[in-house]
Design a protein around this ligand. Sequence first.
Ligand code: AMP
Length: 646
Amino acid sequence: MTFSELGLNKNIQKAITDLGFENPTPIQQESIPYLLENKNDLIALAQTGTGKTAAFGLPVLNKIDVERKLPQAIILCPTRELCLQIAKDMETYAKYTKGLKITAVYGGASIMPQIKSLKSGTQIVVGTPGRVIDLINRKSLKLQDIEFVVLDEADEMLNMGFKDDLDTILAETPSEKQTLLFSATMPKEVMRISKNYMQNPKTIEVASRNEGAANIEHHYYMVNARDRYKALRRICDVNPDIYGIVFCRTRRETAEVADKLMQDGYSADAIHGELSQAQRDHVMGRFRKRKLQLLVATDVAARGIDINELSHVINYNLPDDDEIYVHRSGRTGRAGNKGTSIIIAHSREGRKLKSIERMIKRDLTLMKVPNGDEICQIQLMKLVDKVVTTEVNHQIDKYLPSIEEKLSHLDKEALIKHFVSAEFNRFLSFYKNAPDLNVAGSNNRDRNERSGGRNERSGGRNERSGGRNERSGGRNERSGGERTGHAEAGYTRFFINLGAEKDLQAHNLIGLINEYTRNRNIPVGKIDIMRKFSFFEAPNDFETDVLSGLADAVWNGNRVNVEVSQAPGVKSSRGGGNRGGSGRSYSGNGGEKRSNSGGGRDRQGGRSSTASSSRRESSAGGRTNGGSSSSFRGRFNAAAKKTKRD
Ligand code: AMP
């Protein structure tokens, strides 16, 4: 079937052609002609990735009367991300439909521009329930002329506690209207909504685009529950170019796993319901730009993330509902890419694995948690690859004669050994004698066992990934490289004479800045907590405020000294940069270990002093994207720095 057979008007068809959509997806084939011809309500069981937005968006658009400048359709969805995504998609479909206006309304953003946009005669409103109610209460949004109500991801809206809000909104709409309910699952609460608010709905159900898709491999590792995190680390280490989501069950677990990963030097951050919208946007932005390799998320928070290039989905803990597993795994293997869905299972989850197999109609493949040797081999090859592909920077030419002189006693073989060891020894020692994490007897489900080390992405190289250096640098951010580095453009990097030795953590530092500058709105940037001292960044405009505010500060009985940190001349990759102001220099690796790298505070939002946000502040991804200049030693230091062995 082609789009021209669906009955959509020419302007919409033209927009679809521009988008390059060739054929309607199964849900579009069912819903579009039906909605164009009928005024009946519709329940569609479909998840993200099936083309559901166009399935309701195109017929709704087709039926809007552009001459009437008032809201005729309201699309409700659970998250701001999804709201923006839907509005953007609708704008694209409507690009040739003259006189049509779409307004997205969602919380966590100023309400005034939204009110203004509503007043300008918008016909389609896309909104999250809380903000919609707010606008109704302010009389800025009137629903009496609504002809179409779309409840998108209805199950998630109810999961997120929008039940009462939905009731209130639906009660505001006229009884004569068409209600379209899209949901991935049909729990009781969704049934209740459909019973209470829908009349003789037609139900359509389509298989998920990715359900049991051939391009997704389903792997599981069997470990003791207490070894989950160690197994996760090894899975990440054996897939150095991983770009994926780690699914956890609770917000708390999400925050904990992300914090641990960050502390261990991985390029990770968390996204869960406790974050402010601005914080979520910040994390998501970095993940989208691949400045983060791993997003640790709850199912709800991960809704609306539509990224086609994820290499892996990791189930750190399995969901109760097998269907959720299908949704999770369907986030990888998209758009013709290959993907791997990984389950870190423990020995009592055999039954659960079986029921997942029934659900996806595929076998799960037991993988062996890689041992230290396998990981080291892959990481070593990655290092060698990096050496080969690194572009030589001729700024080093002037140092070469003295370097050559120092190395003149080493032949090529010895030189290679020295360089590789310099970068790699700590990583090797971290994994030396690392225990086998596989649960004895994990072959009970005796099939298809494969070694995690011998992964098809051998050498950990992911063919699809551009910017390998960037991503591989992901874990380098904790290297000494940033210590005296330059601040980001527009930001000043400050030195402070307190560090982990005095129990300073990123959130303490932010608290200190808040308190002494009497300004809670300084968007503190990166924070690097070292043992004896620390660095933080703030916008240049606040330089004087920070310096004068903290001039007489005292923290935990310690006099605070803050200075502008400058790294004149060469950007040192091993620290040792000279902080211009005082002329003192700080040795880079001289025994300093980063105890916690926080920062990455949201630069858009203000600061909150709640416990949850402080926790976030202390852990939210510090430096990401070591870039091509980042060093392997940093990540291996980070990997090896823990005294406790894996
Ligand atoms: P959705 O399920 O609405 O989140 O859509 C998933 C992705 O599929 C989006 O990136 C859409 O732009 C894309 N898409 C939707 N319909 C089609 C189609 N008929 N052909 C190709 N891509 C589509």
